[in-house]
Design a protein around this ligand. Sequence first.
Ligand code: DAH
Length: 362
Amino acid sequence: MNAPDTLDELVAAAQASFAQALTPADLENAKAQFLGKSGKVTELMKGMAALSVEEKKSRGAAINLAKQAIEAALNDRRQALANAELERQLKAEALDVSLPGRQRTPGGLHPVSLTLERIEAIFGSMGFEVAQGPEIETDWFNFTALNTPEDHPARSMHDTFYVEGGTEAAPNLLRTHTSPMQIRHAVQHVKKHRALIDAGDKGEGAFTGSMPEIRVIAPGRTYRVDSDATHSPMFHQCEGLWIGENVSFKDLKFVFTNFCRTFFETDDLVLRFRPSFFPFTEPSAEIDIQFQTGPLAGRWLEVAGSGQVHPNVVRNMGLNPEKYIGFAFGMGPDRLTMLRYGVNDLRLFFDGDIRFLQQFQS
Ligand code: DAH
């Protein structure tokens, strides 16, 4: 019934049908029409039942050849579709290797960090240690131990960020200054040298008065409810403390003058100690500096608070105020940075604008 050229036509029809399939799913459908259970090739096979043995042989062989040709066409098309899919994926994920790479420009330290490094180096050269302490403080270290009375305005909610987790007796707060580090560091120092101090207090032998002096700076972040061109809720301070048996205002004046001249890299600079008040020092002074030359010449610029450490504070350090005496100061590295570089708005330090920050890289 079926002439051989009909088989050829069948193969041609299969090839055409496969060629039209644009997706693997289409191709499987097309395959079913020819090679499936009720596909055309299967039907031809079934149609041989009535043939004689001789006819079956030659017809069967012919159908098999056609079937093989169809299977080959199917595989070719499968391969072609897979290649096309791969091609498409490669195109979609193509890398343009001619694009220039992303540049990694070297970063640099923030100007305030540069100032902190300078402060540490300068005070380090004068024998000061550097101490770090917590930014979440207790009421005791931030106020009470520093002789700051319950009704002091600095304790009000308007000035201080109180944080959860404290008790009424010991509320937690974000430290409003680095001064709590005076107490923290001194207490550690005293603990370390307890034996020497006790022996000294009793006037025993060679140990008399031989507690090593406390000479420390404590730079770090501090927080107050305040925000404008010259105040930011987070700002930096650096505390200084020098306690010994014979440390006086004269030493403070020497140390601070030396610091300012080194920091600003000029000897054309004078200091003024202006009487002031702080609960933790007595007497107290604001330290003002005046450049004799340059753009800021002639103006008095306030750079630090200072004073002789109050006897109550010395006592809270665990020392006898009859014997141990010294000075403390607290300065603002942000302000020092503004003066050194001529920056007029504090907020520039916290904006993270790369055009501003890049100006401080050497
Ligand atoms: N803690 C003071 C403040 O934040 C600054 C200060 C003044 C620190 C006098 C001192 C000092 O150590 O002696 O305003």
